[in-house]
Design a protein around this ligand. Sequence first.
Ligand code: SF4
Length: 382
Amino acid sequence: MYWYDTRGVWMRYRPDAIYVWQDPDVRRRLSWYYAVMTDEKPAKFMIVRRIDAGEDPSKLDTDTLWELHDKLSREARRLWRLAQSDKFGWRELKEMPEPRHSFLDVKVELAYRMLRSCIFCERRCRIDRTKGKIGVCRLDDKVYVHSWFHHLGEEAPLVPSGTIFYGGCNFRCVYCQNWDISQENVRGGVVVDAAKLAKIQKELRITGARNINHVGGEPTPNIHVILESLKYLDVNVPQLWNSNMYLTVEAMKLILDVIDIWLPDFKYGNDRCALRLSAAPRYFEVVTRNLRMAAEYGDMIIRHLVLPNHLECCTKPVLKWIADNLPRDKILVNIMDQYRPEYLVARYPHRWPDIARRPTREEIEEAYEYARKLGLRFEPVS
Ligand code: SF4
């Protein structure tokens, strides 16, 4: 455990970050994350790094590489299940020889090939980012990190969270609170390569972070460098994916084997609201598909931001879908009440009058009551 440097600070501001682990139900729901966080178990990326690919991925054509990827993914999943049931741990991991070409190398190779006709997310821009072309996310092939620090405002089990804010986003949320880095000054900040990103993660962990929280903007357009950084990361730390979950199936497959805990943002209960407020087509189909995939493979805290006047069209359908389709006894839900008009809504409130105010206490209480009726666990994670 590495929490000594910052412990005084975060204990003062977030004592719930300690008490939350005295709740056996939270411990059970986040059991994998807890085991990695406390170094009882190796993070998934460490397991993936020890799986032998057998061949040099750079020499294989892309179809063969995907076949190899999917075969190795089954092996990664098998080892992860064994790790969950205490039949695979540090000792067994150390006994595995370090392969010349690992499963992680296969992922990195595929990610860089995808970058040449980018389909990391369902925008499917298919542009060659290595040639400086810019897609909807406004990013070329570089990774722009705007800040990294111990975040004390995340959900209690995550604090202090080693948060890395990447520039750029594939959504166009008119109320975005991080609009400066997601929409406007996207390619500001510091350009980081994989080695530098690994160094940042290590620094965050050894100074007290419980996890590495990849966020933005949106982490999805940066998958290539995030995956590559895991080749150089030499400390154990849970990898957390804090995302709008608008990834393609291909991108999901690349990260499924290395993410220990998911922090998806499930915003809309229908495509009409998603298109109008985030310019995201096919939202509901894409996000629910990815949530199903992620829930099978790692722990999960789902965030839902309550928008004013969107209880019937968004909040209730989102909560109902979670209750009906995901393992209710395993998932935690954070129903967020902090919406305030920002960015374009603050500048032109007459264009989005429905969300030009904060949600009322009655709306928030109604959302809580609805979640309670559905049997969702939404406290005390925030
Ligand atoms: S990450 Fe998404 S938005 Fe960005 S270039 Fe790739 S497909 Fe387009």
